[in-house]
Design a protein around this ligand. Structure first.
Ligand code: PMP
Length: 377
């Protein structure tokens, strides 16, 4: 019997995996090193008693969306405050919630991508933008960043005008480079995207770690959405909860492709409760930003190149990668031998010899730095 064949376009798609190795210091998937606040866990246990297990959850997740709108409206957007008609009064109708921001990205591709449409990405960037687009049968146009991972804006605008992508993905801070985009870049891209009736998606999975956010540019008459997640700053990667902030007309379209009751009652309750711990979340971000500065300083004494990070991870490249193509693999393996796991990006396009380390606790970062100094000696 011949086996049923999947869609031909799936032949092009490889799975997306990060090695799950049993080590004592895990710094490979950009999670928070700390569990959520104890008060949150206790409150969630109590909230579980209120769940009506025999009933479907609130299909529109209205309470959660309203609370996210409230919290995100309160962000201090100093840099963009002068931009005019910025939306500082979001409502539930500006928010879409899903099982991780990956499901948000997938819903965007289902709604706006698909056959005979294309998405544009700026490489290197988050691999799932390309992956999800392909799974949804969407053509992917990839524009390379320069050797310092900066965008060539003229080239980007020309490509948008020539290729007319339905979606342009901009990741800021960018995974895996950790570099943030600025207001000018987002403004120029938005203008280009709108001139071809496209949508600009700014993926801010690491937005809270950066000095600048595109959130305040979201408005009803702009083709701009921002995606965020509970997986990093909210210490809740296990929860699988992400969201999008955007104009109501985008959310209306996403609701057509999301499955009925896609967000379960426990996730909705947990997401709602987590937002009561804003101060604790901000404290964790501050701690990680301080750790980031410490690791950046320590890196300066090591034989490696690093790129400016505004996220909870740092991309680096041992100098010896210049002459030895397998140096990235060697460093990764030697770190694993010392029970430290980082992300090996050394075979990814445009990232020859590079590794990416997630910032952990001070103790984890110390262990990582000690192991790395030994390995690079
Ligand atoms: N966007 C970026 C840039 C990411 O790095 C990640 C997680 N690795 C995601 C989105 C997805 O996060 P989640 O599905 O956990 O919300």
């Amino acid at each position: 019997m011949a086996r049923p064949q999947p869609r031909p376009s799936l032949d092009l798609v490889a799975g997306y995996h990060s090695a799950q190795v049993d080590v004592s210091v895990r710094l490979n998937t950009n999670e928070s090193p700390e569990p959520p606040p104890a008060g949150f866990v206790e409150a969630l246990k109590l909230a579980l008693d209120q769940v009506q297990w025999n009933r479907y959850p609130d299909r529109s997740a209205l309470q959660l969306r309203a609370r996210i709108a409230q919290v995100e409206s309160k962000q201090p957007f100093e840099d963009t405050q002068s931009e005019g008609d910025s939306s500082n009064s979001l409502t539930a109708k500006n928010v879409c919630v899903a099982n991780g921001s990956n499901e948000i990205l997938q819903s965007l591709c289902l709604a706006y991508g698909g056959p005979s449409r294309s998405v544009l990405t700026f490489e290197p960037s988050y691999a799932l933008h390309e992956h999800i687009a392909r799974v949804c049968g969407t053509e992917v146009i990839q524009l390379n960043r320069d050797s310092e991972f900066q965008l060539d804006l003229d080239e980007a605008v020309a490509t948008i005008q020539a290729s007319r992508p339905s979606i342009t993905f901009l990741c800021s801070p960018n995974n895996p480079t950790a570099m943030v985009e600025n207001a000018e870049t987002v403004g120029v891209l938005l203008q280009a995207v709108e001139s071809v009736d496209g949508l600009l998606v700014v993926d801010e999975a690491y937005g809270q770690f950066a000095a600048w956010t595109a959130l305040n540019l979201v408005a009803e008459d702009r083709s701009l959405v921002v995606t965020r997640t509970y997986s990093k700053t909210w210490s809740a990667a296990a929860l699988r909860l992400g969201y999008l902030i955007g104009p109501t007309w985008v959310i209306d379209q996403l609701e057509k492709v999301l499955l009925p009751y896609h967000l379960d009652a426990v996730t909705q309750a947990a997401g709602l409760l987590a937002l009561d711990y804003q101060a604790e979340m901000e404290q964790r971000v501050e701690t990680l930003v301080r750790e980031r500065e410490r690791v950046v300083q320590a890196f300066k004494d090591l034989p490696l190149q690093q790129w400016p990070s505004e996220a909870n991870f740092i991309l680096f490249r041992p100098h010896r990668s210049d002459t030895n193509p397998s140096e990235g693999d060697r460093v990764w393996q030697e770190l694993v031998n010392r029970s430290v796991l980082v992300r090996n990006c050394s075979s990814w396009a445009r990232l020859d010899g590079c590794l990416r380390v997630t910032l952990g606790t001070a103790e984890e970062n110390d262990k990582f730095l000690a192991a790395l100094s030994e390995v690079l000696r």
